[in-house]
Design a protein around this ligand. Structure first.
Ligand SMILES: [Zn+2]
Length: 200
């Protein structure tokens, strides 16, 4: 192979690589089009938050919670079953987390506009473009790994967020329509207990 042909070959390879690279990059990015991650002004508990990039009708499937299944909850994991949580893999850097595991940045609200059913996130009400997307951590987490004080400002705010098991009976009843399936059995146990106390 002559030097000239070798050069042409190298240039062609570089062109091919440049043409393929963006596609490859695109393949890794799972960020959906209807929500995005932005830095918050620290008025909330998180440094980042998820906002709508367009007006979203109620009931819209916003995204899927994707990650590794684990029995050990963390600050950012989401509980999806009895003793079962979805967390992000440890090996990912911040850019990859923002692109692929953006769900980690969904903040809590006691009066949220989204909910999690199984591993899917849905809009509970119409969400306007630019509005933050939140869900109630107490509807999925039995016991939160790192409790925190809520600053959501809702009239229904329960204050310290520690998980479903720490809610009063009336607080559990208020969120009954939105609680995850794996917490429903605890709801029934609590109702029975409540009836016994009530009969005295
Ligand atoms: Zn609150």
């Amino acid at each position: 192979m002559s030097k000239y042909i070798k050069k042409v070959h190298a240039v062609l390879l570089a062109v091919c690589f440049l043409a393929i690279e963006p596609l490859h990059h695109h393949k890794i990015v799972h960020k959906p089009l209807i929500v995005t991650v932005v830095k918050s002004n620290k008025e909330y508990k998180g440094e980042y938050k998820i906002v709508a990039t367009r007006d979203i009708p109620s009931g819209t499937n916003l995204f899927k919670i994707d990650g590794v299944l684990t029995k050990i909850p963390s600050r950012y994991s989401v509980q999806v079953g009895h003793n079962l949580h979805i967390d992000i893999p440890e090996s990912y850097d911040m850019e990859m987390i923002i692109n692929r595991f953006y769900w980690r940045f969904m903040n809590h609200s006691c009066e949220p506009n989204a909910l999690i059913q199984g591993t899917e996130c849905f809009a509970l009400k119409p969400i306007e473009v630019g509005q933050e997307v939140t869900f109630n951590y107490n509807t999925t987490e039995y016991e939160i790994a790192e409790p925190f004080e809520c600053c959501c400002g809702s009239d229904h705010c329960v204050g310290r967020i520690r998980g479903f098991r720490f809610l009063s009976h009336s607080e559990k009843e208020q969120i009954r329509p939105w609680i995850a399936d794996h917490l429903l059995s605890f709801m029934e146990d609590d109702s029975e207990h409540f009836c016994i106390v009530d009969d005295r």
